[in-house]
Design a protein around this ligand. Structure first.
Ligand code: DX5
Ligand code: ZN
Length: 222
């Protein structure tokens, strides 16, 4: 795993948009297309109004491919399921500030396990709600759609939050990545880069297109 800093542009295709009948091949396709990370959208049908997959999927991919697994837990009790996602081989585990857990404790446990710790904010959640935790994370995920489904339109109204996160990081000398997730294309990626994000999660514009390599290159160069 190549250590990347927030100065690096990172492209993380979301498996949510892949063909679930051939997950192994799809993961290999993403690697060959130049993906840096694989974004795994875990949904529990409670925190979000959809159900996707659990630790078994993370484990399957971890055992069949060698790519950095960026696990996004859209679940109400990330503290309860954390051991299983750690054991499954997650490289980064991102939890929602809005979920029902002791956020600081969960983030600490993720790092203790040797994983990168990520904190996610829904579009409606103000940046201020993340501030108490910014010193204990490796990644801040600013959702650019309401979580639950791929293929939704990008919410440009989230960009001031991305800029605030980048400004705060500079002011405090912190080093967390800023990730955006939802509606990312070359056009919206350039807005997100300009605001200060460096990790682009994209599903329908990567797994959802024929020439994934061209798509990933275009988003990286946006
Ligand atoms: C929402 C998911 C989606 C997905 C990306 O809960 O997190 O944002 O990863 O989907 P697209 O790229 O199709 O918006
Ligand atoms: Zn996600």
């Amino acid at each position: 795993m190549i250590a990347r800093t927030f100065h690096d542009r990172v492209i993380a295709p979301s498996l949510l948009a892949a063909d679930f009948s051939k997950v192994g091949e799809e993961t290999t396709r993403a690697i060959n297309a130049g993906a840096d990370w694989l974004h795994l959208d875990v949904m529990d049908g409670h925190f979000v109004d959809n159900i996707s997959f659990g630790p078994a999927m993370v484990q399957t991919i971890h055992e069949s491919n060698d790519i950095f697994l960026d696990v996004h837990l859209m679940i109400s009790r990330p503290d309860h399921y954390l051991p299983r996602f750690i054991a499954a081989g997650s490289d980064c585990i991102t939890v929602h500030v809005e979920a029902e857990h002791d956020v600081a404790e969960t983030l600490e446990r993720i790092r203790e396990a040797g994983c990168l710790a990520g904190l996610a904010l829904n579009p409606a959640t103000p940046f201020e709600q993340a501030v108490p935790f910014l010193g204990m994370i490796d990644l801040l995920l600013c959702m650019t759609v309401v979580p639950g489904f791929g293929g939704q339109p990008f919410m440009e109204s989230v960009m001031p939050k991305v800029s605030a996160a980048a400004a705060y990081r500079k002011e405090k000398g912190l080093t967390y990545h800023i990730e955006v997730d939802g509606g990312i294309s070359t056009a919206t990626a350039s807005l997100a880069y300009a605001a200060g994000a460096n990790v682009m999660v994209a599903g329908s514009t990567t797994f959802g297109v024929k020439d994934m390599k061209a798509a990933i290159t275009a988003i990286r160069e946006a």
